[in-house]
Design a protein around this ligand. Structure first.
Ligand SMILES: O=C(O)CCC(=O)C(=O)O
Ligand SMILES: [Fe+2]
Length: 276
């Protein structure tokens, strides 16, 4: 469970860094598993995994890697962050995984600075009330390569999850790409991670990633956790094969509810037995 210090820092800054969140062995297995994925064009599927179509500067997003099973499944409820995510979402109503992907970004790749508390989006909200957190989305960004200066680090504006004003950079027309570094982006900070470290942040935090200057690639895994009533962000539906092999605890993360249909629909469904 998160410590008092974790809670203090998360409330203050909107993000935490978890050093050595995964072991060296797991890191190796993750990188090996990614190396086995064939090159994919935007929109192309490999089994139940798909390369997302999105702006090229953001790099390659390989969506739904938990469908590949093995080490990717182990991350769904990894102990380094799972209790933290649950605590910050206020998990009494259950939680779900709304996106799970590998992001690979080469030289020049970047992501525009976005989000912020001023938007007051339900999906991304930061809230603490009656002694409990009630966040709308907690992101885990697990570094699979070292991410230091020049490597295209994630940029955060600490505390901006509670901001009442949009970051001035939005108005200055500096929204589309983070250029060489976060220098000049008011109150922004680059988050340097070693391979195996994880960043955890509430999605209302104003954030982005600076352009990668160094050769080679930056590899991360991003898992987004939301309250159980949320849907997959893109509409991906978990495959029957994956549902059949997942543990009950993991199955409920990717399919938080059973469908309930009339008995004469011909489709067998089951009442969860839950009441409110
Ligand atoms: O690629 C990054 O460093 C930032 C990713 C991001 O914006 C997100 O996970 O919401
Ligand atoms: Fe983001």
């Amino acid at each position: 469970m998160p410590t008092e210090q974790d809670n203090y820092l998360f409330d203050l800054r909107g993000f935490l860094v978890m050093e050595s969140a995964v072991s060296a062995g797991m890191l190796q297995r993750l990188n090996d598993a990614i190396d086995k994925i064939p090159p994919l064009e935007p929109g192309e599927w490999y089994g139940n995994v798909m390369r997302q179509r999105h702006p090229e500067n953001r790099g390659k997003n390989i969506q739904n890697v938990h469908e590949l099973g093995g080490v990717f499944e182990e991350l769904l409820d990894h102990p380094a962050w799972f209790d933290h995510a649950g605590a910050y979402l206020g998990k009494s109503d259950g939680i779900s995984v709304t996106e799970y992907f590998v992001n690979i970004r080469g030289q020049g790749g970047a992501i525009n600075i976005h989000s912020g508390g001023h938007m007051h989006l339900t999906r991304t909200q930061y809230a603490y009330q009656n002694g409990k957190f009630h966040c709308g989305e907690i992101n885990i960004l697990l570094a699979l390569t070292d991410i230091g200066p020049g490597d295209g680090a994630t940029v955060v504006v600490p505390g901006s999850h509670k901001s009442n004003f949009e970051h001035p950079v939005f108005k200055a027309g500096y929204r589309n790409l983070m250029k060489d570094s976060s220098d000049g982006v008011l109150a922004a900070e680059e988050v340097y991670l070693k391979a195996g470290d994880a960043g955890l942040f509430v999605d209302s935090l104003c954030h982005g990633a600076v352009a990668r200057k160094n050769p080679g690639e930056r590899r991360v895994i991003i898992i987004r956790y939301c309250p159980k009533w949320s849907r997959n962000y893109h509409g991906f539906v978990p495959s029957e094969e994956m549902l059949a092999r997942l543990t009950p605890e993991r199955r409920v993360l990717v399919k938080p509810q059973n469908e309930l249909r009339r008995p004469d629909s011909g489709i067998r469904t089951q009442d969860s037995g839950q009441s409110y």
